[in-house]
Design a protein around this ligand. Sequence first.
Ligand SMILES: Nc1nc2c(ncn2[C@@H]2O[C@H](COP(=O)(O)OP(=O)(O)OP(=O)(O)O)[C@@H](O)[C@H]2O)c(=O)[nH]1
Length: 434
Amino acid sequence: MNQPPSRAMKMAQYLVGLLLLLTPTLLIWQHFGMTRVLELSPRQPHGARVTDDRYEKGNTVASLVQTRDALVMRCELGMAYQWPFCKLQFLLGEGGKGVDFSQFDTITFDMNYEGPSPRKIRLYLINFEPELSTVDDWNSQRFNQIEFELPAQPTFTIPVNLLRTADWWKDMRKVPLAQTYTRLDNVTAVELSTGGIGRAQVVTMELRSIQFRGKWISKTRLLMYLVYAWIACGIFGLSLSLLHFRSGLLASQSRLELLATINKALELEARELADQAHTDPLTGALNRQGLREALMRRLQTPEHYGEGMAVVFMDLDHFKQINDRHGHNTGDEVLRHFAAIIRREVRASDKLVRWGGEEFLLVCPETHIEHAAMLAEKLRVAMTTQEWPHGLRVTSSFGVTELKPEEDIGAAITRADSALYAAKSNGRNRVEVA
Ligand SMILES: Nc1nc2c(ncn2[C@@H]2O[C@H](COP(=O)(O)OP(=O)(O)OP(=O)(O)O)[C@@H](O)[C@H]2O)c(=O)[nH]1
């Protein structure tokens, strides 16, 4: 039988539905949106400042003017230093803590450059890496660099993946080959510098903005998270199915146990009903149907067939008077008492039958007539010595006979009845043998 889905199973179904909805939504959103922009401009100057090669004993002079729309760096390049430069520097972090640039894909410049050709600039993304860098030594940070000639138009975009670790930095720091990769996960500064220029000149850079663009989360990472979510959902669903299956099994087991208990109770009830059909409810003795079945059973047992069987017919004396004088309930009590005395005095194999009213029959297998007569006499005496309800004195008359070979039990009962009649006629409280 199918169990109705549990709350947990419903939850798993909702979860699958949610994931089915979320997966394409997130992928579409990632493709068209989720855009992250970091801008360097007069509006977001990040501590913009200029430096030049004078600290390297050069004679270049850089100056910065900030207008509403642009950061203007004027650079008078001198040739005193081997690699003269001016830099416009943006600081993004302090104490080795920078900004993660690894999710940025493009860099868009909006700037003007004035100066003789070649119009070269350099861009540095300076990355602090605890295993290489120290806070006190600026040059211990990785210099990711790109140098290029400016296009004619003021606005242009370059991909971030063109940046490489600067050769001069690799040489200066003697970085092992395995660590010469580009790394942008902790950028503490962005620098826009003049490119390699071989003669003294004046350069002006007017920077309106640099925009780094990327996704808050890369497609690969999003796909990975989604796969994890689907796997987790699958495991969850599978565990629930197993639990559901197990509880279903337990439920059908307990249903089977319940059915077995009901079956047993019904069997008992059926047996009780069958017993009632064969028993007199007042005295517990067999009724005529009960006797018939007991005799049939005996006949079906070959080892007992043909052995002697005695029949004793019994009838309480003057029972009507007991009823009349003491009431029907007392009469019932006397009948119950009578049956109890007989049962106490006879063998378990002897069958006590209530023949009707106050008449009882005792069928004694494997008993010859002399023994039956002795038994009847014992019963008669027992009646006289027995304490009866309400101090009554009750006696009974007995007619005894034996089943002849090949004789029908009915004939024997008739004969026993005749003997009983004789006992009654001869004064009651007697045993007569036919
Ligand atoms: N209390 C009670 N009385 C019953 C029951 N069955 C029959 N009787 C009564 O038993 C009485 C039998 O009366 P009789 O047949 O005249 O026999 P008796 O009074 O015993 O007289 P004798 O047999 O000649 O000694 C009747 O009054 C019946 O109503 C019973 O189940 N309970």
